[in-house]
Design a protein around this ligand. Structure first.
Ligand SMILES: C[S@@+](CC[C@H](N)C(=O)[O-])C[C@H]1O[C@@H](n2cnc3c(N)ncnc32)[C@H](O)[C@@H]1O
Length: 271
């Protein structure tokens, strides 16, 4: 997703995150299952860093059914959405929302985590290296950090539309720095983590066509706002006509990479 400083989170962004989970969420169950297989034997506290609308927090609460999940976000709106999602999923008693601006500091009350999950959020903070040090200190020795990022950007236009218009949109937005993230492995190592594993998951649209279309249109509208001056006028005109045509056809494909890293057992006590 675009950097929050250029797109402050609002209702549109929150709706898009929920639609993403509905349409491309196949990755979530797989990565949460993978996380469970790598996590310490006993998981009491899971922290969701930059929880957004809570799709991860809810999946984690379901999987780690004896754990408390602490959802961190600087957006009050997102935290409210997380609590509503937790209530809807019947896990509200184990999901706690904690307002925190991670550009400023890590919340001191969150200091004995077994698992930390950071999905599409590490690249959004001002100083990811400092945040990784804070996460390391907040994890118990042997605790697990999972970082998830979107690879590229979701694809919603069939390849033949506008002879590769979707690809040109993606390239233009990546060049504009949308969703930019590094390979986190060297930074995890520098922060003091042991890298455990890495996994890439491709998800396609398995949701109903109406949800696919809602996601595709919401995503295209969001992309369109960033494309002025970055694509030729006829490409932009085609995009606009696709957006207003109720018969437009969409496909949805997405790809995520996850890194799993552990706090070494020998790195001293947690704070
Ligand atoms: C792209 S969303 C990802 C949400 C969710 N993890 C998911 O995968 O759907 C990034 C989230 O990180 C939050 N965020 C960004 N910078 C933050 C910061 N400095 N402190 C706390 N939260 C932040 C945003 O408010 C937003 O909810």
């Amino acid at each position: 997703m675009p950097h929050p400083h250029s797109h402050p989170p609002g209702g549109d962004h929150a709706d898009l995150l929920d639609l993403d989970a509905q349409v491309l969420g196949g990755y979530l169950e797989e990565l949460v299952g993978w996380t469970a297989g790598l996590a310490p034997a006993e998981v009491r506290t899971v922290v969701d860093v930059g929880a957004g609308t809570g799709v991860g927090a809810v999946a984690l609460a379901r999987r780690f059914d004896a754990a408390e999940v602490v959802a961190l976000d600087r957006s009050e709106l997102m935290l409210q959405r997380t609590l509503a999602a937790a209530a809807g999923a019947g896990v509200a008693d184990r999901v706690r929302a904690e307002p925190a601006d991670l550009d400023t500091e890590w919340p001191s009350s969150v200091d004995r985590a077994d698992v930390v999950w950071a999905s599409s959020s590490l690249h959004e903070v001002a100083d990811p290296e400092r945040l990784l040090s804070d996460v390391l200190a907040a994890l118990l020795p042997g605790g697990l950090l999972v970082v998830v990022e979107i690879d590229g950007l979701p694809r919603v236009l069939p390849d033949d539309v506008g002879a590769g218009l979707g690809e040109r949109c993606t390239v233009a937005l990546l060049e504009a720095g949308w969703n930019h993230h590094p390979d986190w492995a060297p930074l995890l190592q520098r922060a003091g983590f042991e890298q455990v594993d890495r996994r890439t998951v491709v998800s396609g649209s398995s949701a109903d066509p109406a949800a696919t279309s809602r996601f595709a249109r919401a995503w295209l509208r969001r992309m369109r706002r960033g494309l002025d001056g970055r694509l030729p006028a006829d490409d932009l005109a085609l995009l606009d006509s696709i957006l207003v045509d109720p018969a437009s056809d969409f496909v949805v494909r997405g790809c995520r990479t996850a890194w799993a890293a552990r706090r070494p057992l020998s790195s001293g006590g947690s704070r």
